[in-house]
Design a protein around this ligand. Structure first.
Ligand SMILES: *[C@@H]1O[C@H](CO)[C@@H](O)[C@H](O)[C@H]1NC(C)=O
Ligand SMILES: *[C@@H]1O[C@H](CO)[C@@H](O)[C@H](O)[C@H]1NC(C)=O
Length: 439
């Protein structure tokens, strides 16, 4: 795995032409993950935070090559913290490939992760991961697949009366009622009639309307269509296209949530450098339902959703909290948590809407560097070439996992700013940062 380099980012301008807009890379916040190719967004609001579960296209893949599921979280819709791989094909001893579109839902204090995989014996099947914590690790809940009849792209919804439903399908859609234990079902597997259904269903309800949103057949690539019903089981009335085929990826996949008073539509495209059908990236748009409950038509944008609230730099912030980045990637620490790694010259991290208030006096950076490694981290405002507020030398700490806190003076940081960490040197790792307020 390698990060997407700065020179590759030059390709964003090309993507921008393709996406129909002029791109200022420093302002682009879509796609929302740049450290790897991410797919099949399944956002979930829990504990006042958006938890974004995604699939993952392996870098350099020439076909669908998907081995694990990743997790990100945000409370402002623009800065996303990376929680790493929370489940993988290895979780399911009976599965061999195709970590495709899944979804997590909580019930009775446990988190259930419904995913499609290809079995060792061949054929698609839906498995269930379970964890006491939303961040995992998830274990195989059943030791086998849930349904006898294969199927891909499960979506799960718990209705107001407590009944849980799972929809899924490819070419044909189906649903079944899940039992309270969330790992077994009752009643018949029922076929669902919706116009031009291909895959990737997403079930949700709002204001006594049930929505079935899905990837449908567009003129070329998949589009996103939806249907509504007065019941979670249909019949479904076709309501039109939400998102046209667009964006260099054959597939698309919807994920819809309400959060802090706004509505958000997640999807994927091929907008990152070297992106495409096998190198997809998750994006998000904010939207408002129309008065009749219909969903407006949405375009893929480079800007993404507006920031809900500023980020507080006077608390410890994980380095893998990113609005946009170039070049670097992330890795898991042996004791849990993630850090930023694969750092080289001109890589950067943008953290959006940081509120320095009356001013910062210094910043602590938690870093590790092996013998002979190191460099410097410049902290800049507004862009990667913006005003320098601090320059921190990173010297060898005694090992690539030997963490040390470096403190540097800060000048000129006040008010709300986009903060850029601009890296030079190589072979050092970055765990977290925290500013200290001016007296
Ligand atoms: C819920 O969020 C709060 C605030 O971020 C956090 O302190 C708390 O640990 C979270 N609760 C759980 C169960 O994760
Ligand atoms: C809910 O639906 C009713 C009737 O369809 C509509 O009058 C009302 O405005 C809707 N409320 C919201 C919050 O959209």
């Amino acid at each position: 795995m390698f990060g997407l380099t700065n020179s590759m980012l030059g390709g964003i301008a090309v993507a921008g032409v393709f996406l129909g807009g002029v791109v200022n890379v420093a302002r682009a916040d879509n796609p929302i993950i740049q450290t790897l190719y991410s797919t099949d967004p399944a956002p979930y609001v829990w504990n006042n935070t958006v938890w974004l579960f995604t699939g993952h296209d392996e870098t350099g893949a020439k076909n669908y090559d998907m081995r694990d599921w990743r997790l990100y979280s945000s409370t402002d819709m623009v800065n996303w913290r990376d929680w790493g791989a929370v489940m993988s094909l290895k979780t399911f001893s009976w599965a061999k490939a195709d970590a495709w579109a899944g979804q997590v839902i909580e019930r009775d204090g446990k988190f259930y992760f419904y995913v499609p995989v290809t079995k060792n014996s061949g054929g698609y099947a839906i498995g269930i991961g379970v964890s006491d914590k939303i961040t995992g690790p998830y274990k195989d809940a059943l030791g086998k697949h849930l349904l006898a009849n294969g199927g891909i792209d499960p979506t799960v919804w718990i209705d107001d009366d407590g009944q849980a439903y799972m929809y899924w399908g490819h070419s044909s859609a189906y649903y079944v009622k899940l039992n309270r234990d969330m790992v077994s079902y009752s009643g018949a597997i029922t076929g669902v009639s919706v116009q031009n259904f291909i895959e990737g269903p997403w079930l949700h309800s709002r204001n006594k309307t049930w929505y079935l949103t899905y990837a449908g057949s567009g003129s070329s690539n998949e589009d996103i269509k939806y249907a509504t019903s007065t019941k979670p089981t249909g019949p479904w009335t076709y309501r039109g296209q939400i998102m046209a085929p667009q964006g260099r990826s054959f597939t698309n996949h919807p994920g819809i949530i309400d959060y802090k008073g706004g509505s958000y539509f997640f999807y994927h495209n091929g907008a990152l450098p070297n992106g495409g059908t096998y190198a997809r990236s998750v994006c998000v748009e904010k939207f408002a339902y129309n008065a009749d409950g219909s969903i407006p038509k949405l375009a893929m944008t480079d800007a993404g959703a507006p920031q809900i609230e500023p980020l507080n730099p006077y608390q410890q912030v994980e380095a893998e909290t990113i609005a946009f980045s170039s070049g670097l990637t992330t890795a898991a620490k042996s004791d849990g948590g993630m850090y930023v790694t694969s750092i080289s010259n001109n890589d950067y991290i943008k953290v959006k809407g940081v509120d320095f208030g009356r001013g910062a006096a210094s910043v602590d950076l938690r870093v590790a560097a092996a013998a002979g490694a190191g460099g410097k981290i410049e902290l800049r405002l507004g862009s990667q070439t913006g005003t320098v507020i601090a320059t921190c030398a990173i010297d060898a700490t005694g090992g690539a996992q030997t963490w040390k806190t470096v403190s540097c003076p800060v000048t000129g940081a006040a008010g709300k700013q986009d903060l850029f960490f601009k890296f030079s040197g190589s072979n050092y790792n970055f765990d977290w940062w925290q500013f200290k307020q001016a007296a």
